[in-house]
Design a binder for this molecule. Structure first.
Ligand code: SF4
Ligand code: SF4
Length: 175
């Protein structure tokens, strides 16, 4: 990485802390919605090809999976490069943030054409059965925003503010 401002180990530890916090909150929401969530090992239609992450998350995967990335092969195009033949994630313990909340009811704020803040909701189609996500209280949804802001801050600490994103597939030496 270029223009690194903070020691990598410090940033990596902060990233792992953020992952633990996300997992804690996501775990509570998963328990709350256990009756509707179909997420399980091998269910992988959400593991799309072309996902990108900030360099800080890419570097964490390089740190933990050097052998896989230099000697292994990516999943064929059409799904995430890190899926194995059984549809399981080969970097699960250190998967990116975005993979840790997938499947939960999501909420985020967008600006309408007339400048109004509009709350949006979404959920994986496989998890739709149950109360419509639009009717859930905000605290029953994963709020997109705070964790993304924390990631931007960590990325800034290693790159001098440059917010370059890396395709997951590009992490493999052999593509
Ligand atoms: S990194 Fe793992 S969990 Fe995330 S999209 Fe790829 S296979 Fe799925
Ligand atoms: S988010 Fe959807 S596709 Fe992904 S694991 Fe959960 S149920 Fe399966």
């Amino acid at each position: 990485m270029k223009n690194r401002n903070e020691p990598w180990e410090t940033v990596r530890e902060a990233l792992e802390r953020l992952y633990r916090e996300v997992d804690g909150e996501a775990g509570q929401l998963s328990a709350l919605h256990a009756g509707r969530l179909q997420c399980r090992r091998g269910c992988c239609s959400c593991c799309e090809d072309g996902l990108t992450v900030f360099e800080v998350e890419a570097e964490n995967i390089r740190f933990h999976y050097r052998k896989l990335l230099t000697e292994g092969f990516p999943h064929p195009p059409g799904a995430c490069a890190f899926l194995d033949p059984e549809g399981a994630c080969r970097v699960y313990a250190h998967r990116p943030y975005v993979c840790r909340t997938q499947g939960l009811p999501l909420r985020w704020i967008e600006e309408s054409p007339d400048g109004e803040a509009v709350e949006m909701r979404a959920i994986c189609p496989l998890n739709e059965e149950g109360d419509p996500v639009e009717t859930l209280p905000p605290e029953a949804c994963w709020s997109i925003g705070p964790a993304e802001a924390a990631l931007v801050k960590l990325q800034g600490e290693i790159s001098g503010g440059e917010l370059r994103r890396v395709p997951l597939r590009a992490l493999f030496r052999w593509r």
